[in-house]
Design a protein around this ligand. Structure first.
Ligand code: NI
Length: 138
């Protein structure tokens, strides 16, 4: 149950706002505020869902990033080496001249998988990271 409205001011890169506006227009939202409320609800749901990832899991991390972002490539490599026990394989696709799609096959404890996804997500130049997992039942 949501309560009274609070007003906030946020600063966004113009191209991010333009892309957001295109989506809310295409989806027929009545206002930008309604689109932002929905986006925040989805963000909260995603994190709740992520926090249920426990125990031994097999999963996939799908990541999109800008390889022109200064320092990003060596950082991503360092993180992947740090999590070498968790990562089984990586598939890379060069989507455009600067955008890359990477699919990382992961196996291990849910908390490790989440830690890896969150580390990747927090890097500047990483556009999106999605973790999908299934539990391993013997
Ligand atoms: Ni690439």
């Amino acid at each position: 149950m949501e309560t009274e409205l609070s007003r906030i001011g946020i600063s966004l890169p113009k191209n991010l706002l333009d892309r957001f506006d295109e989506i809310i227009t295409a989806r027929g939202y009545s206002s930008r505020s309604e689109g932002i409320r929905d986006a925040i609800r989805n963000y909260i749901t995603y994190y709740r869902w992520m926090s249920d990832v426990k125990g031994e899991r097999q999963g996939v991390i799908t990541m999109i990033y800008d390889h022109d972002q200064r320092g990003l490539l060596p950082t991503l490599t360092d993180i992947q080496h740090e999590f070498r026990e968790t990562i089984q394989a990586t598939l890379h696709s060069h989507v455009t001249h600067n955008r890359c799609l990477e699919v990382v096959l992961v196996h291990g404890d849910g908390t490790e998988l989440k830690a890896l996804a969150e580390r990747l997500m927090s890097q500047k130049g990483v556009e999106s990271v999605k973790l999908t997992t299934i539990p391993i039942d013997e």
